[in-house]
Design a protein around this ligand. Structure first.
Ligand code: PMV
Length: 338
């Protein structure tokens, strides 16, 4: 039995603009998906999934379509539990040249689903690593990140960037610009996440930004301005000592850039009332900065606050269903049990 975990992520800067070739900086957070893989004697895949939302649910089924449809959970959740795992198994079979390999897989996760925290990427990364390790064919990290991207790309009909899968594989802060992905140094930033309990439709939100950008030159300029924020933020991060606690000055400057980044995302139409309410609750509680993370439309915000004030204030904000501190995950994918 092989047990592997992989982290979720927040976007410190750059979502949406990354779609048009601007850089983005996602950061892995200590919220993980854990996948257990045990090879079987036949070519079946059996998946058991639990806690895939913060409320938690369990579903168990064999890999036959008729049994799958008998499970009484909402289809998007079932797809999340199964589609990504199936894609991960396909990648592992291909990598290990074992097209008929079967597995018993179990998945658990404490990353809110579809809410801008990279839940599906974490499941895919941990799934491919668990299955290839279980077959005795471990992958190097670059290949793992690449295969995880392919798996997400297939499941999401081409609507995936490399950001989530690369970040989940490598951990820490990363820089993504088109197909170029690299790790960058960053100190341990005091992230606080607020989750409104919902999720946006990534495809629709990306299409909305594309329409604005095509129609108005100033919307295209807004996308470029987000790229400028990312470059500014990146140089602040790489100049800082990654082993020292980040200074109040650094957190303040990063926070200011996050605030501007949120304003520009809002101008591009991808925020929502609940995201804005949580952003303002964080700012009024004294956060150094706050912005939505991911596609937007609903889901999560990320704030910087070294104190407990932001999390406490979000706990009392009706639009916020869950608030939690999220440490930077310096380790990406990790074998927990070989
Ligand atoms: O919601 P997430 O974490 O999947 O992020 C979407 C980020 C976008 O830039 C809007 C789209 C993308 O694939 O980069």
């Amino acid at each position: 039995m092989t047990v592997v975990s992989a982290p979720g992520k927040v976007y410190l800067f750059g979502e949406h603009a990354v779609v048009y070739g601007e850089p983005a900086v996602p950061c892995a957070i200590e919220r993980r998906a854990t996948v257990t893989a045990e090879p079987r004697d036949d070519d079946h895949v059996r998946v058991e999934a639990q806690d895939l939302t913060l409320d938690g649910f369990a579903v168990e089924y064999a890999n036959e379509p008729d049994e799958r449809s008998a499970v009484d959970v909402p289809k998007p959740l079932l797809d999340a539990a199964t589609g990504y795992v199936d894609a991960a198994v396909e990648q592992a079979r291909d990598a290990a040249d074992a097209p008929a390999a079967g597995f018993d897989i179990s998945v658990s996760s404490d990353i809110p689903l579809g809410a801008g925290l990279g839940s599906s990427a974490a499941v895919v990364v941990a799934g491919i690593e668990a299955a290839t390790q279980a077959l005795g064919e471990p992958l190097d990290r670059r290949e793992l990140a690449d295969r995880a991207y392919q798996a997400e790309y297939d499941v999401q009909d081409g609507q995936a960037s490399r950001a989530d899968t690369f970040c989940s594989t490598m951990g820490g802060a990363v820089r993504v610009e088109g197909d170029n992905c690299s790790r960058i140094t960053a100190p341990a930033l005091p992230f606080v996440v607020g989750f409104d309990g919902g999720a946006g439709d990534t495809g629709e939100l990306v299409a909305g930004v594309r329409t604005l950008r095509d129609r108005y030159e100033f919307a295209a300029d807004t996308v470029e301005a987000i790229g400028d924020i990312v470059r500014e933020g990146e140089s602040l991060l790489t100049d800082a000592d990654p082993d020292a606690d980040p200074s109040a000055g650094l957190i303040g400057e990063l926070g200011e850039l996050m605030d501007i980044n949120h304003g520009l995302l809002s101008a591009l139409g991808v925020s929502s009332r609940s995201l804005d309410t949580m952003v303002w609750a964080a700012r009024e509680a004294g956060a150094d900065g706050a912005k939505l993370t991911g596609a937007g439309g609903g889901g999560c915000i990320v704030a910087l606050d070294a104190t407990d004030e932001t999390a406490t204030s979000l706990d009392y904000t009706p639009d916020c269903e869950q608030a939690f501190r999220a440490e930077l995950a310096t380790e990406g994918v990790r074998v927990e049990e070989a």
